[in-house]
Write a protein that binds this ligand. Structure first.
Ligand code: ADP
Ligand code: ASP
Ligand code: MG
Length: 439
């Protein structure tokens, strides 16, 4: 069994979707194909939800109508026969009917999740009609039948595996399965999702649950690059990464992978390959247990970071102090990304302001609390970088004119993290591209 996941741009144009059909039929290995929504769709669905939250039904209606038109044109170009086109139109019209009905009823968060699910439901159904028109035998496997998250919004790998195994067994005669990325059912049995970019997570969960030979993530670039290609001009693809390195890069901002999508594949030791739909023969990046080589491999940046500095005037850093500080973050289910301590102060970073006022209030009895918003974590990732010659020297030399507000080094053998004001991010990534990679 193998898993092949295709992202939004890989299915975003009729010609691309047709090419996906070619890529998945190249060999006869049994496979599960995970599809995202057509590019732009999830953004449009988010906009519809936002408009409805703000009570602006007219704006929501305009977005729905525009999207509907986009799908009608897409169908005309994807399919050739009237039979297939009529079938596809009937499917799409049903989904849009649902969206038009939502305009008339009272809006809720649960309904918003239903709206967000429409993209992946439509892309997989359209693809299935295309495969049918081309006599490619397959089965559409609804993700909502097996993909679940618990009350803490964590995927339940054990039960996903049991349900998926049963389904695959039930359809032992089938060799090709198509399913939706991103969407799932939550602990209340409602439609939910794995957060933006979550189709990668779906793919990794399915690969682990089905003990696949490989999890292929097909996208619009030839693998993980050494730096953010949206920001820096000269970047290069990395041939090999370890699970740990890839997980750090994903978590610290490399958009090519969903932040937490590596752990399921890592747990079952399924290699992950990042491949380019537009250049299928390019080598891409392979992610395995082994790192391949020692040294700096890539940098990534994560925005929207808040730094919190707690300064104790009474030597409260005595034993028990850190526990009390951490307990506050635990209480509000807010994870800490970076931490540094000195004799009288501790600084931590978080990536959400959801409970910030409550957190500040509970930290204040421990000492003075300073907040710095609009910060960015820049992570330098590689195998054994802490032990690689001159990395720190090169790093600080490259960034000598930048105001770095925090440094985390030594906590992990494959990561050095810096915190700096977000306004300096572009400059930092460019400086590191020449300073660390000579590019
Ligand atoms: P998909 O729709 O296939 O899931 P994404 O847009 O989520 O694709 O991810 C691919 C994009 O990630 C690339 O087009 C690239 O701009 C961006 N990206 C950011 N950082 C990196 C990186 N370090 N290496 C490769 N791509 C990156
Ligand atoms: N369609 C979803 C999104 O745009 C999930 C994904 O593409 O990975 O976030
Ligand atoms: Mg993505």
């Amino acid at each position: 069994m193998k898993v092949m996941k295709f992202g939004g741009t890989s299915v975003g144009k009729p010609a691309r979707m047709q090419q996906v059909a070619q890529l998945i039929t190249k060999d006869n290995e049994r496979k599960i194909v995970v599809l995202s929504a057509l590019s732009g769709t999830t953004n449009a669905l988010v906009e519809i939800g936002n408009n409805l939250t703000n009570g602006d039904r007219a704006a929501a209606k305009t977005v729905i109508e525009k999207l509907h038109e986009h799908y009608q044109i897409f169908i005309q170009q994807l399919l050739v026969g009237d039979l297939a086109r009529n079938k596809a139109n009937a499917i799409i019209n049903e989904h849009f009917e649902f969206l038009y009905i939502i305009l008339r009823i009272s809006f809720s968060e649960a309904l918003n999740k239903d709206i967000l699910a429409q993209g992946e439901l439509m892309s997989t159904k359209l693809f299935s009609v295309y495969l049918e028109e081309n006599n490619i035998d397959h089965l559409l496997l609804p993700a909502l039948d097996f993909m679940t998250i618990d009350a803490n919004e964590e995927p339940q790998l054990g039960s996903i595996s049991i349900k998926l195994t049963q389904l695959l067994k039930k359809h032992a005669d089938k060799n090709l399965f198509i399913t939706q990325g991103y969407i799932c059912k939550n602990a209340r049995g409602e439609v939910d999702n794995l957060k933006r970019g979550g189709s990668d997570y779906t793919a990794s969960l399915i690969a682990a649950a089905s003990k696949s030979s490989v999890c292929e993530i097909w996208t619009d670039i030839d693998g993980m690059h050494n730096n953010d290609p949206r920001i820096v001009d000269k970047t290069v693809a990395i041939e090999q990464l370890s699970f740990d390195e890839a997980a750090e890069l994903a978590y610290f901002g490399a958009k090519i992978l969903h932040p937490t999508c590596i752990w399921p594949a890592q747990q079952e030791n399924v290699p992950v390959r990042l491949l380019n739909t537009m250049q299928p023969d390019a080598l891409g990046t392979v992610i395995t247990k082994e790192a391949g080589s020692v040294g700096v491999k890539a940098v990534a940046a994560k925005d929207g970071i808040i730094a919190i500095k707690i300064k104790s005037s009474r030597m409260l850093l005595a034993y028990g102090f850190l526990r009390k500080v951490f307990e506050v973050f635990e209480k509000y289910k807010t994870s800490i990304d970076m931490i540094t301590t000195s004799e009288v102060a501790v600084s931590v970073t978080i990536d959400t302001d959801q409970f910030l006022p409550q957190i500040i209030k509970e930290l204040e009895p421990f000492g003075s609390v300073d907040i710095e918003k609009d910060q960015t974590i820049v992570s330098i990732v590689g195998n054994e970088i802490a032990r690689t010659d001159h990395v720190l020297q090169k790093l600080f030399e490259s960034l000598k004119d930048i105001n770095i507000t925090m440094v985390s080094y030594g906590g992990s053998a494959h990561n050095i993290s810096l915190l700096a004001p977000s306004k300096d991010k572009i400059k930092i990534l460019q400086l590191l591209n020449s300073g660390l990679f000579g590019l």
